[in-house]
Design a protein around this ligand. Structure first.
Ligand SMILES: O=P(O)(O)OC[C@H]1O[C@@H](O)[C@H](O)[C@@H](O)[C@@H]1O
Length: 317
């Protein structure tokens, strides 16, 4: 199919009648986004292989968040505050943004949508602020998936607000015990399993043999997740998001999650571009931007560095 005939953006109905949007690119890549949560729930390569994990037990039913894909933690990461766990953005109905402010750079991407989350009077009871959260989700011609969040303080009472944030990305992996994460070695992290105590990561790349729930601090902008068995490497690139959360519930915790299969921990790993340690403060009228771009490449392309041809070809803004 030629690029001109292609339907890059299709509006459709998903599980339980929830509205979703399918993004497609010419070579066969696709992604699905639910308006509920403003949440990516599928990202497939040109062979139709699913790259994100969504639990077989996920509830696609408000008010619970969808377990898998890319939920958004806002305005509170996890339980680091007095709001509901991971904030409210992941269990609100977003709307299509009819008139998003332009991005400073022009791009020829066609498979994208703009979503908007407006803070309701109801939400304001728990979080007494006004804000506009604009989310652009783009599927690039090379299959890369880009999420850009623009959050603006629209308070009219002159008050600033403060938030923490994460793109809670669930990557699909073949076997967690054969997975390695590169880019976080020797960094400091807060261990959520040890009262957020601060430690320093030792040695080599990170591997997995038990529950992990860590917030790595001030990480490089590029992190690689290597799935040895599938010979696939996910590359996470991030901007405006200094931290990175790594989470896998392992067997015991998995059993306590009602929307997560007992053995599913073997096939997922969350690596989350985040801003946790130093919350962001916005004055009225100010805007913050945070961006995550993920790509999946054959592992042979990755040897400590991204393949330079891909970087040149697909580094879209
Ligand atoms: O079950 P939830 O609310 O989606 O959270 C899942 C996990 O999300 C991670 O980001 C947190 O670090 C964990 O502490 C938490 O358990």
């Amino acid at each position: 199919m030629s690029r001109r005939e292609m339907n890059f953006v299709e509006h459709s109905t998903g599980v339980n009648g929830l509205e979703k949007v399918i993004l497609r690119e010419v070579r066969g890549f696709s992604a699905e986004v639910y308006l509920y949560g403003g949440q990516v729930t599928s990202w497939k390569n040109e062979l139709g292989e699913e790259l994100l994990f969504v639990s077989s037990k996920a509830n696609f039913m408000p008010p619970k968040a969808i377990r898998g894909g890319i939920p958004i933690s806002f305005p509170q990461f996890s339980n680091h505050g007095f709001l509901e766990q991971h904030g409210f953005a992941r269990n609100r109905l977003w709307v299509l943004d009819p008139n998003p402010p332009p991005f400073p750079t022009t791009s020829t991407n066609k498979a994208y949508i703009d979503l908007l989350l407006k803070h309701t009077e109801d939400d304001a009871k728990n979080w007494p602020h006004r804000c506009e959260f604009r989310l652009r989700i783009t599927l690039g011609p090379g299959g890369d998936l880009m999420l850009t969040s623009r959050i603006r303080n629209t308070n009219t009472d002159g008050k600033s607000f403060t938030f923490t944030f994460a793109y809670h990305t669930y990557f699909a992996v073949t076997d967690i015990s054969e997975v390695r994460v590169e880019g976080l070695e020797t960094l400091d992290y807060l261990d959520n399993l040890k009262n957020r105590e601060r430690f320093t990561e030792q040695g080599d790349a990170i591997t997995f043999e038990s529950e992990v729930d860590k917030v790595y601090l001030s990480t490089p902008t590029k992190i690689a997740i290597i799935d040895h068995e599938r010979k696939r490497t996910f590359v996470v690139r991030k901007d405006g998001l200094p931290d990175a959360v790594v989470w896998n519930p392992w067997d015991k915790k998995a059993k306590t999650l009602s929307d997560f299969g007992d053995d599913e921990y073997k096939h997922m790993l969350c690596v989350e571009a985040a801003c946790v340690e130093k919350p962001i403060t916005l004055k009225p009228g100010e805007e913050w931007k945070g961006r995550q771009e993920i790509s999946a490449v054959p592992s042979s392309y990755f040897s400590g560095q991204l393949d330079p041809r891909r970087v040149l070809l697909y580094s879209n803004p």
